[in-house]
Design a protein around this ligand. Structure first.
Ligand SMILES: Nc1ncnc2c1ncn2[C@@H]1O[C@H](COP(=O)(O)OP(=O)(O)OP(=O)(O)O)[C@@H](O)[C@H]1O
Ligand SMILES: [Mg+2]
Length: 501
């Protein structure tokens, strides 16, 4: 049994947790929910040895424990699978998994054969299907997360703390992870599962605890709770999920066309047309080629064959800079932890980096600090970024608030064409609605053209007028008239299902 007793934790300018007491039992999957910045990650980081509480105790099986770091926590059987990626990028997958528990024949000598075998066993268990010798830096975010889980399992953790573990997993990986967690539950492991997804919490968790603004709201049995009640606990009001409305694309104005684009192993003969005022969904599972196609379009990756046309003219896009400043195509990456943000810099700086050329005064070539500050204040307010000030380092914001900054940066950049990759992964219900509304307004009122890449089909049904279906690096299908025919999620998923049969 793991208990947090009267925990308080502050960071400069913010009280992340205030007098929070939580009890997690062995043999249960315990959901931890709440809006962005509610203190979920902070709570499990305290239990997992990353943070030391200001006041209060962590009690493990009746004994008070103080962990100096996450290694010490793991040595006591408390494994943390975090939103931040606690992996060593240059070490191999096998090394990362077995870091804390070398399989040695002689002290100090590493038995690579046994190490590899053990790593492969744990990798299979979590469904990680890659070469164990591969450096971890070559893995996707989803795979890096599976490495963390495999590592905790290898250490025989009796407590497993998972921070939004499914936010970047494919459907298949999610099913596999659920199976694994249920298996661990049966063996009496304490499982804490931070999530923003209601379906998931109801499908998987026995009990759920809600935090709001660093305070404990309540713990309930999921079988005795309705989704609406849970949302109300989290945000203090109800929310709805309908289609945002009818878009009015100008079909006579193609703004972006892909003409038989190819890139070996990544993009296979992709053709599509994006029109002015349109929201085009790219639906598919992670790894189906959606992001790869986006990267080719914005010049991040080279094209092997085919053409791109921007506003009707053949375009040679050689870099992201080129794409942004010459063609006014912005790209909000899914990989915000690694590429999207400057984590050590302030919220203000991150919000304005894409607009520097616009903010610079011609003569002085200096950045107009006042304009930059004004812009940052506007974006923070409209996206409701929870930050102590515009000067707070982005890396210290909660995960969902980092996502808002990442999106806000591009909205400020004022592009004509915007490609948004998984815009609401890790974002709470309230913020998700705000981001959806922002995206929809850009197209419906701002005349912008958007591509929204998402593995969240309900999200695309709510936003898009058309969805392209991706599978195995190809566009395999298309769903039209989603907004005009008011297609429901059930109808769209029925149309898409044959492509995955
Ligand atoms: N290292 C840090 N330095 C400063 N402030 C921090 C730090 N870590 C967290 N905070 C702040 O503490 C508060 C709680 O953050 P936390 O990461 O626990 O939220 P969360 O519930 O996990 O949110 P999300 O759903 O967005 O991941 C936030 O206001 C955040 O900005
Ligand atoms: Mg978090």
């Amino acid at each position: 049994m793991l208990e947090l007793k009267a925990i308080s934790k502050g960071f400069p300018g913010v009280r992340a947790l205030q007098d929070v007491s939580l009890t997690f039992l062995p043999g249960e999957i315990h959901g931890l929910m709440g809006e962005n910045g509610a203190g979920k990650s902070t709570a499990i980081k305290i239990a997992g040895g990353i943070h030391v509480p200001d006041t209060g105790d962590v009690v493990l099986n009746g004994r008070r424990v103080v962990f100096r770091d996450c290694r010490e926590a793991l040595a006591h059987g408390v494994g943390l699978v975090s939103q931040e990626l606690f992996v060593i990028p240059d070490a191999s997958v096998a090394e990362n998994i077995l870091l804390e528990r070398w399989v040695t024949r002689m002290p100090g000598v590493i038995d690579w054969h046994a190490t590899r075998a053990e790593a492969v066993r744990q990798m299979r268990r979590v469904g990680l299907d890659v070469d164990p010798e591969l450096p971890v830096r070559n893995l996707s975010a989803a795979q890096k997360q599976l490495v963390q889980i495999a590592k905790a399992l290898t250490a025989r953790a009796s407590v497993l703390l998972l921070d939004e573990p499914t936010s970047c997993l494919t459907e298949h990986e999610v099913t596999k992870l659920y199976g694994l967690l249920r298996e661990l539950r049966a063996t009496g492991v304490v499982l804490v599962f931070v999530s923003h997804k209601l379906e998931e919490v109801f499908a998987l968790c026995d009990r759920v605890t809600v935090l709001r603004d660093g305070r404990f709201v309540g713990t309930r049995e999921t079988s005795k709770l309705s989704p609406a009640e849970l949302v109300t606990m989290m945000i203090g009001r109800e929310c709805n999920d309908d289609h945002l409305g009818r878009l009015a694309p100008d079909w006579s104005q193609p703004v972006l066309q892909a003409d038989h684009l190819c890139r070996a192993g990544k993009v296979n003969d992709a053709s599509f047309t994006l029109h002015r005022g349109e929201i085009l969904g790219f639906y598919g599972l992670i790894g189906s080629g959606r992001t790869e196609l986006a990267r080719v379009i914005v010049g991040e990756d080279r094209i092997d064959a085919g053409r791109i046309l921007v506003r009707g003219e053949a375009a040679k896009i050689e870099s992201v800079r080129d794409s942004l400043y010459r063609h006014r195509i912005g790209y909000v990456t899914e990989n915000r932890k690694e590429e999207g943000l400057f984590l050590h810099d302030s919220v203000r700086m991150n919000l304005s980096v894409a607009v520097w050329p616009r903010l610079r005064s011609g003569l002085l070539r200096a950045i107009g600090v006042e304009r930059e500050e004004q812009l940052a204040r506007d974006q923070i307010a409209s996206l409701r970024v929870k930050t102590s000030s515009a000067e707070q380092a982005v890396g210290t914001l909660s995960g969902g608030n980092q996502q808002k900054v990442s999106i806000g940066k591009w909205l400020a950049a004022d592009c004509d064409i915007l490609i948004v990759d998984e815009p609401t992964v890790g974002v709470d219900v309230g913020a998700k609605q705000q981001i959806h509304q922002l995206i929809w307004d850009l197209a419906a009122r701002g005349g912008k053209s958007l591509i929204v890449i998402s593995s969240d089909l309900p999200e695309l049904v709510r936003l898009a007028n058309r969805i392209l279906v991706f599978r195995e690096q190809r566009i395999v299908g298309e769903v039209r008239d989603i907004d005009t025919a008011k297609k429901t999620y059930a109808q769209v998923s029925a149309e898409i299902a044959p492509h995955f049969a």
